[in-house]
Design a protein around this ligand. Sequence first.
Ligand code: ARG
Length: 470
Amino acid sequence: MSQNSNSEKPWGGRFKTPTNAFVERFTASVKFDQRLAAHDIKGSIAHAEMLAHVGIISRDDSAEIVAGLKAIESDIADDKFEWSIALEDVHMNIEHALVERIGDVGKKLHTARSRNDQVATDIRLFLREQIDSIVAGLETLMTRLIDLAEREAATLMPGYTHLQTAQPISFGHHMLAWFEMLMRDRDRFIGCRERVNVMPLGAGALAGTTFPIDRSKCALLLGFAAIAENSIDAVSDRDFAIEFAAHASMLMMHFSRMSEEVVLWSSQQFSFVELSDEFCTGSSMMPQKKNPDVPELVRGKSGRVFGHFISLITLMKSQPLAYNKDNQEDKEPLFDTVDTLLDCIRAFADLISSLTINAEAMRKAVEKGFVTATDLADYLVRLGLPFRDAHGVVGNAVRRALDRNCDLCDLTLAEYQEFYPAMTDDVYKILDIDQSLDARTHFGAASPRQVLEACERARQRFSPSISRTT
Ligand code: ARG
């Protein structure tokens, strides 16, 4: 990056002495906002075409500007563009390069526009595109979850509350619980996209412009579904970024819970799943270790995304309307949120497809935890006992099994009849874990048949993803 004097700066005219070198560095955003270059150029091309369309500049001038911008775009893509800190941000760097390239005609581009509506437009174009990638990534991950749920619909697994063995579920049912979490995230991003897809351009610095611009022409060219209603709000609003970061935080919270379970399940104590070697690293000291780094990192990265949400909402707190330079601080948290999300979505999608399921270990764990105690209580209810009393009877039976260090199905019928005389041989059927799972037959429950039906519904709920190219 080269240093320049004030004469190069588009706003240099009003100033007598050059900017202090520290201030130049402190106020510049080009180091990070150059990432918006392609969107900035897209917005500028639409603006130039609109200016010609309504006759504010000539068609020839507009064509020259557009050609110049396209040449700059390919220079940037080829890494041949020299960014300058003295030119502060992506917008002034590109505008300056345009004038250097095509001469005075380039100076007409900024007619009827301010960097305030320009930057708001750029971020929205950027975020709209990123949300599409995020939603597409989530849909891939969700499809893999359904595939896995379908495959493991009948794979018995202990379900937990308080991390204590509670009732039998199937591994597939658990995968569908993850699916539901992500489904809500995906829907939130799609909703957020609607509020992102509103065009600020035309708001100028804050009050609009005296030129007869055609905002709907620009909106059409840029694929915006709506035009910002109020010029002051258009340049000052960053709600969409805050909202995006809030949804991102929720997704990362979900990922952290999923990660935590993968880490637990892949430990020696559980051994419910095995991560492929590709997804793990070893220890430099302990030769036996295979560490689940990927889910651990995903879990850890939730922290930075929550932080970005707090940064953004605090950034906007107490800001008077309309645009303030504070807003320049919106980009780094936003960019990092997007990057972190895309990485974590990919990490999970890959992890899911490489997971080995250890059905044997899960069945053993189910057998240990008195998981059919509730089924036994339900059976007593069917024999005529009120549920509270049935609960007490089963409590006594569990106590007895614990004392004898055996399972509920190892107690004799005579022992059961001691607790409640009307019990019959049927009790052993009730205590069978497979039937306990199969018996949960209603909508949303854990039985394999229900899981398969839920998989079917899940596929339909987000297929065919409508094209969101604009
Ligand atoms: N670099 C600025 C930003 O990121 C662009 C808008 C600056 N506008 C201004 N009047 N200083 O927000």
